[in-house]
Design a protein. Structure first.
Length: 406
């Protein structure tokens, strides 16, 4: 067992509870979800030590087991999932299989690496600010952040409930879609039809795909330019190849990101501040400093930030409408494992300015690997309308086929 990837493993750790459509699939569960008989550790050793074993599975874990998947083990996360680097000060940073000298991305680092190494076919994680999309991009994987509140989060340890949502990673779109089909089959949230009739340009559509009207792929060149030049050029080239129409979101990215960061911090401290106050020194500096800042956010400051977030959400949702926004998944390639904290913080902030858009609006986002032109993995992100998660994966599959020779 690689202790940087896994907290506990079995053969399997938990067997499937029925022979469903996911039979044969194996799952790495991020250490935020309840797995019956095991405590939730959230990437924090002192927190794990004080937790009792969970009496029942988290709702989404139970759903995967009922669909025929088996849980291989509980996989590592950054401390309290409050980072996108992929390292953990106490248990170490797993090696990125796609770029061994680069960070793996987090906070769903353990599930992502387990998938990338072929140890499991599904990595179950969470995405608050990009914790599925970033490791997927950094490791050349497929990943989805689902529509906010579209899946049951019972049994999930929260970070910032206004933005927390369930997501998963896979090595291909087939597995990504199989999980969506299984989880949404019994969901109380109805999934809308296909998001874009333009999908017909990327493959032979079925009757349902061709029934959607007026949808299209769009790209904001100014937004894409927020990424590093090489990544921006690559994603814009992909958008042009896909026929995306230029639009202007006219977003105040810095103001939106600052408001998002403030609300996230306020909710993170509300959820974990009491425990952290009683356990000084439990966190390593990268995440510990983040929580220390979160402790300074006042109720008035959070309330003002929520107004900005609400305005931003309305702008993003209104601009996207029933279309699909194409943008770089991350602002750059994975940074070096040897990068200092100042560099990592700069990379984090640049990427979160892009990833926070779907988080603010509560929209689904699928990231697919871009053809590796410069020796490092990268991802292209598609953000769609609420509750079009399954259709967005279908569209992403067709986009990937179109981009294969880019």
């Amino acid at each position: 067992m690689d202790a940087t990837v896994w907290r506990v493993v079995g053969s399997p750790l938990v067997a499937a509870t029925s022979a469903g459509p996911l039979a044969g699939h194996t799952v790495a569960v991020k250490d935020l979800f309840a797995v019956a008989g095991h405590p939730i550790g959230a990437g924090v050793e002192d927190f794990l030590a004080g937790r009792a074993p969970e009496p029942r599975h988290a709702a989404v874990v139970a759903a995967l087991l009922a669909a025929g998947a088996a849980v291989t083990g509980i996989a590592r996360t950054d401390e309290f999932a409050y980072s996108i680097t992929g390292g953990n000060g106490r248990t170490g940073m797993p090696v990125n299989p796609a770029a061994p000298h680069r960070v793996p991305g987090g906070s769903s680092s353990g599930p992502a690496v387990a998938v990338a190494r072929g140890e499991v076919s599904i990595g179950l994680g969470t995405d608050t600010a990009g914790s599925i999309r970033v490791p997927a991009s950094y490791q050349g994987l497929w990943g989805i952040r689902t529509t906010h509140q579209s899946l049951d989060t019972t049994g999930l340890l929260p970070l910032a409930p206004s933005f927390d949502t369930i997501g998963w990673l896979a090595r291909d779109a087939v597995a990504l879609l199989a999980v969506a089909d299984a989880l949404y089959a019994n969901s109380v949230v109805p999934q809308q039809g296909p998001v874009s009739d333009s999908a017909s340009r990327f493959g032979a559509p079925g009757a349902a795909e061709s029934s959607a009207e007026g949808a299209e792929l769009v790209v904001d060149p100014v937004l894409s330019a927020a990424a590093e030049p090489e990544i921006a050029e690559q994603s814009l080239r992909a958008a042009v190849e896909l026929g995306a129409r230029p639009i202007a979101l006219r977003g105040e990215l810095d103001r939106w990101f600052a408001a998002f960061r403030t609300v996230q911090a306020h909710e993170a401290w509300a959820g974990h501040g009491d425990w952290l106050g009683a356990h000084p020194g439990a966190l390593e500096p990268e995440v510990g400093d983040r929580f220390a800042w979160a402790a300074t956010v006042t109720a008035d400051g959070a309330a003002a930030a929520r107004k900005v977030v609400a305005e931003a959400a309305a702008r993003i949702r209104g601009t996207i409408g029933h279309r699909v926004l194409v943008l770089p998944t991350t602002a750059g390639p994975p940074p070096s494992r040897e990068a200092d904290q100042r560099t990592r913080d700069a990379v984090r902030s640049a990427t979160l300015r892009l990833t926070c858009l779907a988080s603010i609006a509560g929209l689904p986002a699928v990231t697919l690997p871009l053809p590796n032109r410069h020796g490092l993995p990268a991802g292209l992100c598609l953000i769609g309308a609420a509750d079009t998660d399954r259709a967005l994966i279908h569209l992403a599959t067709r986009c990937a086929a179109r981009l294969a020779n880019l």
